[in-house]
Ligand binder design. Structure first.
Ligand code: FES
Ligand code: FES
Length: 153
C-alpha cells in the first residue's frame, strides 16, 4: 500500500492507504477524526467537507493519495487555543444547530469562505454553503450565524 503524508490540523501524519481509499475514510478510519461526517459518499450532501489547501472540498470525492503532501483542516482543527471558533459559537448562539449532523461540514464551508472573504454578502454565504444539505434548520439561522461572524470580524 502507498504511504501518504498529510498535514492534518497542523500535525504531520503518515499513513499507509489503499489506492482506492478516500480522504474521508482515512480521516475517520485511520486518523480517528470522526467529526467529519459520512453520509452520501457521492459529493451531494456536504457532510464530509474539510478544508484542503485552503478550499472547502467534499472529502468523499478526494482520493487519499491525491491529498499526499497537502494540508487538511477538519472540524477538530478549527477550535483555537482561546476556545471555539467564532463560527462554532455563533451557530450555538443563533440556534443554527438542531440534530448537528450537517454542522461540521457547514462550519468548514463557512470557515473557508470567511478565510478568503471576511465580509461576504448574504448571497456569497448562501453560495458557499450551497453544497451542504441541512434537513433540520431551514438554513436561515445558519446564514444569520455566518453573517454575524463576518460583521464582528
Ligand atoms: S458524504 Fe461526502 S458529500 Fe456526502
Ligand atoms: S442540523 Fe440536522 S441536518 Fe442540519
Amino acid at each position: 500500500m502507498p504511504q501518504i503524508t498529510l498535514n492534518v490540523n497542523g500535525i504531520k501524519r503518515t499513513v499507509a492507504v489503499e489506492t482506492t481509499a478516500t480522504l474521508l475514510d482515512v480521516l475517520r478510519d485511520d486518523l480517528g477524526l470522526h467529526g467529519t461526517k459520512k453520509r452520501c459518499e457521492a459529493g451531494d450532501c456536504g457532510a464530509c467537507t474539510v478544508i484542503l489547501d485552503g478550499r472547502a472540498v467534499a472529502s468523499c470525492l478526494v482520493l487519499a493519495v491525491e491529498a499526499n503532501g497537502r494540508s487538511v483542516t477538519t472540524i477538530e482543527g478549527v477550535r483555537g487555543n482561546a476556545g471555539l471558533d467564532p463560527l462554532q459559537q455563533a451557530f450555538i448562539d443563533k440556534g443554527a444547530i438542531q440534530c448537528g449532523f450537517c454542522t461540521p461540514g457547514m462550519i468548514m464551508s463557512a470557515r473557508a469562505l470567511l478565510n478568503r472573504n471576511p465580509h461576504p454578502t448574504e448571497a456569497e454565504v448562501r453560495e458557499a454553503i450551497a453544497g451542504n444539505l441541512c434537513r433540520c434548520t431551514g438554513y436561515a439561522k445558519i446564514v444569520e450565524a455566518i453573517l454575524e461572524v463576518s460583521r464582528r470580524g
